[in-house]
Design a protein around this ligand. Sequence first.
Ligand code: SAM
Length: 201
Amino acid sequence: MARYQLRDRFYRMAQEKGLPSRAAFKLDELLSRYRLLKQGGHALDLGCAPGGWLAILAQAVSPTGRVVGVDLVSCPAPSPLVTVLVGDLRDKAVRQAAMLALGAPADLVTSDMAPKLTGIRERDRAAMSELLEAAATAALESLRPGGAFIAKTFVGTEFTEETKRVLSLFGSVHMTRPRATRKGSSELYMVALNFRQSGSV
Ligand SMILES: C[S@@+](CC[C@H](N)C(=O)[O-])C[C@H]1O[C@@H](n2cnc3c(N)ncnc32)[C@H](O)[C@@H]1O
């Protein structure tokens, strides 16, 4: 019952605010908790469909910033400040197109990317590791010094050597579960702050 109520509350809130998904509340909470992204900022959102996080990011940078979202599937841009690109983030050309569309080094890179789950635990964890590495690579390629990186992962997902290397370039790394996360979900969010290196690809 409690589980149903939690899901229902965030679902209703999303509907009332005209947000395309309840996922938006997770990012909203992380942005305020870690004081990330200001007006005029630049953000890259990986795995952006159906657009809940894009709406929150556009609100945070408004009225003059810029947000670029990338996903395997298309979704509407919630504001003129947002550009949505369709592509596989593991593809370097797609990451380059996203950086070009952003037009400046990113203050924040967010990834809510998740693989299609098969129910086969080892396979799902491996797919998540691969997406996490692709997100970390995008962060490395596009963040400004001092920038931040937020990425979804699952409990038990191993970080590849490359992901660990990228994370070592941040001042601090935190693992957290926003309140809007469904009870029983193995979802976790990684928040990496104060990127200390730029332009090293
Ligand atoms: C949980 S949804 C994101 C929800 C979104 N943050 C929101 O607020 O509406 C995860 C998304 O990751 C995308 N995705 C998975 N693998 C991807 C990849 N290799 N490249 C780009 N997007 C990917 C999926 O298509 C899916 O839309």
